[in-house]
Design a protein around this ligand. Structure first.
Ligand code: FAD
Length: 487
């Protein structure tokens, strides 16, 4: 059910108490909690509303409708890193895999001490995580996980490596199975909650810039679906456009400081593993992850429809293309690293999207090679008859002795390095050398501009980030409500 309205109607100016820009994992809970606390809330979202389940997951149709730029976006560097972002009501939560990992205490403590984040209490974050898990129906798959998922667990276990099933934000029907759940994204949870409490969601509205008078923002200049301009005046604004578009919008608005200078991602490399039996089923999101090497790297399974398998074989297409006919016996797996490298988001006058760069360090490159080798070893231990790494000139790995050749031949510049976890472009905390926003997300040097999304994470968390994003967002908005409670 599409809950979005055209907030402008026939006019081109709106006044609101709180404007929330972006409706993803950051914007939606922010809106729900504020509306429930009695604030007058407008959420504007650049993308459109699509009901969860109305578009086939991981399809071209989904790429076109729910991803930014059809899923083709890149951070320039050596190598360039392909990244994807959701662009629709619900943002990334509508298209992602729904794999839920609680914010790790070790990471929270490191951030609190390293970035001087005040009042970041582990117990508070755990309580908020309990609440989010209930709200999103975070659950394990009913019954057996899929064969592709089991293969990863089997391989890791036989090598003695820690691994486990990761719960997802899914609601499963009674007597459902691993493939039958419905993702509990923002259009299923926090957005209806916000709207029931009186918030208005207006989709197809892109904020171009904030109008600043000294340190205070008074209005947002927007472009609407039909190309018309509009203006929204507000008392408070929460910028929740994700780690790329939040800093870009702040920069377009003339806000300076540590904005867009410290992009962090989890660079990811892939391989395809071929088994003797058919393991490839439609809509599969393998739920096991190998956590043995946390916080340095983690391994998991990817969506593996025939088209995505072809993409994974594509780096070495001439040598590997013959395998595609066996796609039902194959599945794609990934190794993601916690990178030391950092990138930048730079808004360029006259250009709609910012320029994004990312620089892998030497250690990152080595860790990518080692991690891909380890992942290949796990797949062989799981019984794979052959492993096809995704980099140009990669050898076929058939036995453990071949892994050394894989690692020696690997170079990040020959691989399709990608990432779907983007964060840290407006890090939160009081250390002025490192942080773009204060301990609760107010942008340094402004009185009423707040960021509340993945941009605030001081570094890439080493785990799937949405749970950490949401926990910090809920904490920050509760603080705002305490400080601004209506008389
Ligand atoms: C394919 C994929 C798979 C993923 N898998 C997982 C997973 O399994 N587990 C996990 O924890 N995380 C996963 N993630 C990451 C997770 O989705 C993100 O960490 C999370 O969505 C970030 O929330 P956010 O609010 O910062 O940004 P987003 O959710 O990206 O929301 C930002 C919203 O702002 C809108 N916007 C941007 N600019 C403007 C503007 N100027 N005006 C108006 N609106 C604007 C965008 O259209 C978007 O809807 C995945 C991400 C992707 C893309």
């Amino acid at each position: 059910m599409n809950l979005s309205k055209d907030a402008f109607g026939a006019g081109d100016h709106i006044e609101v108490e709180v404007l929330i820009i972006g409706s993803g994992a950051g914007g939606s809970p922010t809106a729900a909690l504020l509306a429930e606390a009695g604030f007058d809330v407008l959420i504007v979202e650049e993308g459109e509303w699509y009901d969860q389940g109305s578009i086939k997951p991981f399809s071209l149709d989904q790429m076109e409708k729910q991803y930014r730029s059809g899923g083709v976006t890149v951070a320039l560097g050596r190598p360039s890193i392909a990244y994807t972002e959701g662009r629709c009501a619900g943002g990334g939560t509508e298209v992602n895999s729904g794999l839920y990992k609680r914010p790790p205490h070790s990471m929270l403590t490191k951030w609190r001490d390293g970035y001087q984040i005040q009042n970041l209490e582990l117990d508070d974050i755990d309580d908020i995580a309990d609440e989010i898990e209930r709200d999103l129906s975070v659950s394990y798959v009913p019954g057996e996980s899929t064969l592709a998922s089991q293969a990863l667990a089997r391989g890791a276990t036989s090598l003695g490596w820690q691994n486990g099933e990761i719960p997802r934000w899914m609601s499963y029907p009674e007597r459902g199975d691993a493939l039958s759940g419905k993702r509990q994204s923002m259009t299923e949870t926090y957005l209806p909650r916000a709207i029931n409490a009186g918030a208005i969601l207006s989709t197809g509205v892109r904020v171009e810039r904030l109008e600043m008078t000294d340190a205070t923002a008074g209005a947002a200049v927007v472009e609407r679906r039909d190309g018309k301009a509009g203006r929204i005046s507000f008392r408070h604004v929460f910028v929740c456009c994700g780690a790329i578009h939040t800093p870009a919008l702040l920069q377009r608005s003339g806000i300076k400081g540590n904005i867009g200078k410290s992009l962090a991602v989890h660079p990811t490399v892939k391989l395809s593993a071929k088994f003797s039996e058919e393991i490839n089923v439609d809509n599969d999101v393998p739920v096991h992850q190998v956590t043995e090497f946390f916080p340095h790297s983690s391994f998991g399974g990817s969506a593996s429809q025939a088209g995505l398998l072809a993409l994974a074989l594509n780096d070495n297409w001439r040598a590997f293309r013959g395998q595609i006919t066996d796609w039902r016996r194959m599945s794609v797996y990934y190794a993601a690293i916690t990178s030391e490298g950092r990138g930048r988001v730079i808004s360029v006058p006259g250009m709609r999207d910012p320029v994004v760069t990312y620089r892998l360090t030497k250690n990152d490159r080595t860790l990518l090679a080692i991690s891909l080798g380890r992942l290949a070893l796990a797949m062989l231990a799981a019984g794979a008859e052959a492993v096809y790494p995704s980099f140009r000139g990669a050898p076929v790995v058939r036995r453990p002795a071949d892994v050394a050749r894989l690692e020696a031949g690997f170079s990040a510049t020959k691989a399709s390095v990608m990432s779907v976890h983007l964060c840290s472009t407006v890090p939160m905390g009081e250390d002025p050398r490192l942080c773009g926003a204060d301990s609760f997300g107010r942008v340094h040097g402004t009185t009423n501009v707040r960021v509340n999304d993945a941009s605030l994470l001081p570094s890439a968390p080493g785990v799937n980030p949405q749970a950490t994003v949401m926990a910090l967002v809920v904490r920050n908005v509760r603080r705002f409500i305490e400080e601004n409670v209506h008389a």
